[in-house]
Design a protein around this ligand. Structure first.
Ligand code: GDP
Ligand code: CA
Length: 324
């Protein structure tokens, strides 16, 4: 079985880890998971290319994640960041640990030698033994793209700031009027991305942020058409429960694009290709015009790997009637 997932960082990574666990414990070790990761969050800091969602996926799926934060490396220290601060180097609002720096340094070195982001990601994934675990990690595109957030400049005008500045520095508290993804129109899907969607047996949408994670992947030219055209069922998990994101600021992102913060409205963003939508029991009243909606038989919370595996199992069952 070939499963393809579109993913952001923490929500995507935790879901794919649970999906892998479900497959491994139910006799489907040979099932292959391809993850197509958002790269709109990427940023260059201190001359280094940082890819937050790819890194969260690498560390979570490779067993190196800081579990309580959900991002960054376990057993982390911050000596380098302390040195940078002592020099007054900016910005200081983006946390980068010493172990994490290793990833950004080697990625930047390889990119500088002319490797594509896909090639670099493949090398990084080898260190984390993702291929051995039956997981292929692809960036959505090899073109550098960056999500920017248009906010009020306080003087009656507008200014655009990098997504990370809005999300991390301002905790999404500055009202956003829209998102602009620099480079996206001209970005091609990375090698293997469209084939992974077209040739999958099932395509899954983890409960990733619908606007700045999944929404950005869907904006890569060709991706949305591939989802509409694939013969594979496309099934998804709601990132919202009772109108609120489980973590992060998806509600602020949805407000910026004028979409209500509900499981129904988020499912509606995918209506042109979605076959089934898994929601929390609290959202059992959700109705979509085309996709089948089902409520999970417990809280839709990825509280640990076992609980997440249960969510993944339910999602794959939803794909079955569509496949038959
Ligand atoms: P990010 O790039 O690190 O922000 O991660 P993603 O975009 O992949 O996922 C963020 C989304 O995951 C948020 O909108 C959360 O509401 C959602 N999320 C996180 N944990 C859970 C969970 O346990 N259950 C559900 N249903 N959604 C979750
Ligand atoms: Ca992200």
């Amino acid at each position: 079985m070939r499963i393809t997932a579109l993913a952001g960082g923490v929500g995507g990574a935790r879901f794919v880890r649970g999906l892998r666990h479900h497959l491994d414990t139910t006799g489907h070790r040979d099932a292959e998971i391809t993850v197509i990761a958002n790269t709109g969050d990427d940023i260059t800091l201190f001359g280094l290319r940082v890819c937050p969602d790819l890194d969260t996926l690498l560390y979570t799926l490779g067993g190196g994640i800081d579990e309580s934060q959900g991002w960054g490396r376990a057993d982390e220290s911050h000596a380098v960041q302390g040195e940078l601060a002592a020099y007054g180097a900016l910005p200081q609002w983006f946390a980068l640990g010493d172990r994490d720096f290793g990833t950004h340094i080697v990625r930047s070195q390889w990119l500088g030698q002319g490797l594509s982001l896909s090639q670099v990601t493949e090398r990084l994934a080898q260190r984390w033994q993702l291929p051995e675990r039956g997981i292929r990690l692809l960036p959505m595109t090899d073109t550098p793209v960056e999500t920017h957030v248009v906010v009020d400049d306080g003087e009656g005008g507008e200014r655009a700031i990098h997504f990370q500045e809005w999300w991390v520095r301002h905790q999404a508290s500055l009202p956003a009027t829209r998102f602009v993804v620099a480079g996206l129109d001209a970005a091609g899907p990375a090698p293997g991305v469209l084939d992974a969607i077209r040739q999958a047996d099932v395509v899954v949408l983890p409960p990733s942020n619908p606007v700045v994670s999944i929404g950005i992947v869907l904006g890569v030219p060709g991706v949305r058409d591939a989802l509409r055209g694939t013969t594979a069922p496309v099934v998804g998990v709601s990132p919202l429960i009772s109108g609120r994101p489980v973590r992060g600021h998806a509600d602020a992102c949805l407000a910026a694009i004028g979409v209500p913060s509900t499981a129904e409205a988020v499912g509606g963003l995918y209506e042109d290709f979605l076959d089934a939508w898994l929601v929390d029991p609290a959202d059992a009243g959700t109705r979509l015009a085309r996709a089948r909606v089902e409520a999970f038989d417990g809280p839709l919370l990825m509280s640990d790997v076992e609980a997440t595996a249960g969510i993944a199992a339910h999602l794959l069952r939803l794909a079955e009637p569509a496949r038959a």
